[in-house]
Design a protein around this ligand. Structure first.
Ligand SMILES: [Zn+2]
Length: 292
């Protein structure tokens, strides 16, 4: 009994040590900076400014940064897009990928700034990179800002979405990177003050299990709830190529998801605490994956 208790205390101390590196306040500040650029659809001036901002910040984290530029054929013609990839090198030869999209949905004539949908993932990934920079690595950890998640048309469908993730999955299939990936964790809409994340049943079951059990151990059962909601998101192109992948998304944004894809998706709906909860859980999940 004594031994078991000591072990538990040591385990919890280790969890706290890894997770403490993530600051929700800092993640919220990063998010505020990109949301201040206004609507940021793929190919827009503000999207380019945002790319420059991400690059300027991530360069401070001592990682290897690469730019994956491509042209996407969309319903509104050819659009220049770019994924941004930060690599924190390990020694095992294996890799863990944490991704999220930075584009916002194109709504001409509106002021859709996507604080949660596009902004939160962008700011959260910047803070994750800052936290990872402080830690020793076993596996390569890639932090990826994906362009072109949103559909150009009003309705989501067919090939008109997930442009950046489809491009990167294909690129990594060609160069062999996919075979090294233990897990891909995609985050989306993770800043809502009322954080309620449901399980995507199409995600890899053992990753759902790992994320939900880690969240429960850290005391976040109220945020990672035991309900299912199938999602189509940037993890799909990787899943289709047999990469273990999970989507971590709070698709319950305001009563009946009423702020989703609306001009009311603004900074006042977000909290540093929600970003921090997801950050702490994911740092611990990365830590555990590296030991598998
Ligand atoms: Zn969206």
């Amino acid at each position: 009994m004594f031994r078991a208790k000591t072990f538990l205390i040591l385990t919890l101390t280790a969890v706290a040590a890894v997770a403490a590196d993530f600051s929700g306040t800092s993640a919220l500040e990063f998010t505020k900076s990109v949301v201040a650029l206004g609507p940021r659809p793929s190919g827009s001036e503000a999207n380019l400014k945002q790319q420059a901002y991400i690059l300027s910040q991530v360069k401070l984290d001592g990682c290897t940064v690469s730019e994956d530029a491509f042209t996407a054929a969309t319903p509104k013609g050819q659009v220049a897009m770019k994924n941004i990839i930060a690599k924190f090198p390990g020694k095992s030869g294996k890799a863990i990928v944490i991704s999220g999209h930075f584009d916002t949905k194109f709504y001409p004539g509106r002021n859709f700034v996507g604080a949660n949908d596009g902004g939160s993932s962008t700011g959260w990934l910047l803070e994750l990179a800052r936290a990872l920079a402080k830690q020793p690595r076993i596996d390569d950890v890639y932090v990826v800002w994906l362009d072109g998640e949103e559909a150009v048309r009003e309705e989501w469908g067919g090939e008109d979405n997930e442009y950046g993730s489809r491009h990167l999955a294909e690129r990594w299939r060609m160069d062999g990177t996919l075979t090294r990936i233990k897990a891909l964790i995609n985050v989306d809409m993770i800043g809502d003050k009322n954080l309620t994340i449901k399980k995507d049943p199409n995600s890899t079951p053992r990753l759902n299990q790992l994320v939900w059990s880690t969240a429960a151990e850290l005391g976040y059962q109220r945020n990672f709830v035991n309900e299912s909601l199938p999602m189509e998101d940037d993890h799909e192109p990787f899943l289709k190529l047999r990469v273990p992948a999970i989507d971590v998304i709070d698709f319950d944004y305001g009563l009946n998801n009423r702020f989703w894809h609306e001009d009311t998706d603004t900074m006042d709906k977000l909290s540093a605490q929600s970003l921090e909860i997801v950050g702490k859980v994911m740092l611990e999940v990365i830590h555990r994956l590296e030991r598998q």
